[in-house]
Design a protein around this ligand. Structure first.
Ligand code: UD1
Length: 417
């Protein structure tokens, strides 16, 4: 298990470029099995989730090369095989093989996906959607066997706009006869990114990015390419760092509309920044106001930035409240933040109180999940003294080139095994 050692309080300046979005890339790679030949995915981040997805692709007899940020994929010799638990549990996104292989072969067998332990995270909406398209789903212990002689498009209503279910049903619907309509679909940018790949393959998809998506099934696909959007969560993480310890820090690769909720929240709490074209310039704010923040589905405030934001609010002048509406177990980072000197109290299962401003001091902490780890990383970078983050492999699941990026803007960090 790796550790990150941080010497805190070094001012961050210079320029960094945001990498490709984890949550797009991890859906695009499984989606590539729908191509009947070659495809390329540009701007793919070098993160461990991608490494594991490549292992699954190789198990399915696909060729994947990850070179200079591009995935070169050849699925022409694909074979359908059960995906073993040791691979599927490595990340949440392994579940995208359910929709993709079901569309391609009418059968998929795999174990329950993994991912950060931030709540129960059931996949009932995905399963209900597959069944509505005509699939039979057998669950034997932890294994899912999903089969369909024929998938037939229909109108499906989601009880909750799940990101994963929206993408999974979009993928499955490509193999269905006729048109599938998803009502109350999730609207996250990652869904638009996946839809653009499917469209590039020759599949007709309309409405991605809205509450109603229409997919016309076809197996007549072509070679295709797609570029992964910049990661809006990595963007937000670096913006938060800039607001805490930046000096004219330049963050390149900003898509403003993808981070609107964060930007409006920063405006509200007094954080100044400048955006020119795709670059934000941001410096430390010495007078941050407290706030009430509620996580919501897109375009609301993203739950994946809730934990980094908690660290920011430890420096606000007064009491902030965070309401987490997506996951019931996403305050685990606060235990270690408090050990570093923050004052946070979990008021109810989904409400957190943060009393600021508090000076943070470096100590030994443990990353319990990806974004919780990011929140501790931010804390370590602003804290006095040395912070050591144990179990930091979970952070590398979502942030590519982390050490190089942080070092290039002035941070003092080491990664040890
Ligand atoms: C994706 C992201 C994750 C992000 C989340 C919300 C990936 C790989 N992960 O996760 O980083 O935090 O979106 O923006 O893209 N739910 C159900 N039943 C289902 C599906 C979801 O009850 O069948 C619930 C979940 O438990 C959760 C909420 O719906 O409370 C949101 O889940 P969902 O949007 O599906 O998130 P993920 O796709 O798991």
């Amino acid at each position: 298990m790796s550790k990150i050692r941080i010497e805190g309080q070094h001012v961050l300046s210079g320029e960094i470029k945001i990498g490709g979005a984890k949550n797009s890339a991890v859906a695009l790679l499984p989606a590539s099995v729908l191509c009947n030949g070659k495809s390329q995915i540009y701007n793919t981040p070098e993160i461990t989730d991608i490494d594991y997805l490549i292992k699954i692709m190789e198990l399915l007899n696909c060729k994947v090369e990850h070179k200079d940020g591009t995935l070169y994929i050849d699925t022409s010799k694909i074979e359908n095989k059960p995906i073993p638990e040791e691979l599927s549990v490595q990340m949440r996104a392994s579940y995208y093989f359910m929709g993709a292989l079901l569309a391609k072969f009418g059968r998929v067998e795999m174990s329950f996906p993994g991912g950060c332990n931030i709540g129960a995270r059931p996949i009932d909406i995905h399963i209900k959607g597959f069944e509505e398209l005509g699939a039979k789903v057998e669950i034997i212990k932890n294994r899912y066997i999903i089969t369909a002689d024929k998938l037939v498009g229909k109108k499906i209503y989601f009880d909750f706009p799940s990101v994963g279910a929206t993408i999974n049903i979009m993928l499955a619907a490509t193999g269905a006869e006729g048109t599938t309509i998803i009502e109350n679909a999730a609207m996250e940018p990652e869904i638009v990114n996946v839809a653009s790949f499917l469209i590039n393959m020759g599949i007709k998809v309309t409405g991605a990015g809205t509450k109603r998506i229409e997919i016309e099934g076809t197996k007549e696909t072509t070679d295709a390419f797609v570029e992964v959007f910049p990661d809006r969560i990595e963007t937000g993480t670096f913006i938060i760092l800039g607001a805490l310890i930046g000096k004219n820090l330049k963050i390149k690769g900003i898509i403003k509309t993808h981070i609107e909720a964060l930007l409006l929240k920063l405006d509200e709490i007094g954080i100044k920044y400048k955006i020119e074209n795709d670059t934000m310039t941001i410096s430390k704010c010495n007078n941050i106001s407290p706030t009430y923040l509620k996580t919501l589905t897109y375009p609301g405030f993203p739950t994946d930035l809730q934990q980094p934001m908690t660290t920011l609010l430890t420096q606000a002048n007064g009491k902030s409240i965070i309401e987490e509406t997506l996951y019931e177990n996403r305050f685990k980072n606060t235990y270690d933040l408090n050990r570093m000197g923050a004052i946070t109290n979990i008021l109810t299962l989904n409400k957190l109180e943060i009393k600021g401003p508090k000076k943070l001091k470096g100590t030994n902490v443990i990353a319990t999940d990806l974004r919780g780890g990011a929140s501790l990383l931010i804390a370590g970078l602003i804290a006095e003294g040395i912070t050591e983050i144990d179990n930091c492999d979970v952070i590398f699941r979502g942030y590519s080139d982390l050490k190089a990026k942080l070092t290039s803007i002035g941070a003092k960090i080491e990664i040890t095994e």
